[in-house]
Design a protein around this ligand. Sequence first.
Ligand code: AMP
Length: 391
Amino acid sequence: MSYSRGGRRRFGRRSSSKKNTTGREGRLKRYTNSAQAVVAELPEVKIEHQFTDFALDDRLQKNIAQRGYEEPTPIQDQAIPELLAGKDVVGIANTGTGKTAAFLLPFIDKVLQDSDQGVLILAPTRELALQIRDEFVEFAKDLPIGVSVCIGGTSMDRQIKQLAQNPHFVIATPGRLIDLLKRRHFDPEMFTNIVLDEVDRMLDIGFRQDILFLISKLPRKRHAAFFSATSDSATDEIMRKLMDKPVKISVKQAETSHHVEQKALPVKIGQDKVEMLHDILIQGDVEKAIIFGRTKHGINKLERKLKERGFKVIAIHGNKSQGARQRALRTFKDGHVQALLATDVAARGIDIDDVSHVINYDEPQSYADYVHRIGRTGRAGKVGTAITFVE
Ligand code: AMP
């Protein structure tokens, strides 16, 4: 897309989450419990609006309908009117709640009203940035809105060319964006609208300084949205720096976890985990599994060992090039391999249907990570299985 904003470039104006501390017995129990232990039973959330109730541009309404969205999700129901009213919003919500559309729709609408508006969306990982882009493309179909995705692992030249065209939306990961900013290809002054997505994960990855740096470069008067699956002092710090008196919306994700049957497998001293995994993978019902490991190195080793045993698997992690990661995801999505091997960071936000099993080959670092991992299965009303090896 080559649409750009009316405004002229103005360069030169200004140049951890909690760790697992529970004992082995406690963890075995925790990962075995039925779904209600993962997320407390939540009251039914009443949806107040239909999409047609929102004061969104007709063209956008048409694209929403074409996308097949019939009713807003709770986060959309609550966040869209606030953002449309120009308020800052903090959403405590994770992937699967529909948070992407909750921020994309009002900001696309804002750009349609005023083509000088610029919207910056920051995401922790390349995959999440690309997923946001994909969703953006659907909603912005046939609309005069330009976008540039600025992420690592792909050609910077192309991004520089896109930025030179003044896109309305920039969807970026912090590292690459700072690179582009320092080389003066990205002008933060142009972006009075900002979305920080999955802030807790950005902090987990170690982007605290980068985010604070980027916020310090943004225009003082800004319209912001902030999303995080969890809220603690670290996320609060970023929130306070970014915005003043935001509207807070909390949509704890219950749905996915409710459909996940969870089992814990104790690993005895000296027991071969690959052997245990082998036994699981040959069970007929393990059709499409995501296997989580702690480190890139461990994932690579496991990939090799499983391939030696004749399993069709593919690994995805931060050391691979963007192209390789996208290919791996596609191969898994299309069902050409039985399992995707991933680290937490690489798997963040991945939205793949029909994952039958999540296998925690290495235990997650925190309970929040556990919930994120198992949320990859049991989606869209299906029942999934989560198996956790406990050493
Ligand atoms: P997200 O939490 O934004 O990653 O969205 C999770 C999934 O739900 C994505 O596949 C979206 O396309 C889908 N989705 C989001 N909002 C709606 C909606 N109102 N109706 C149906 N599907 C939706």
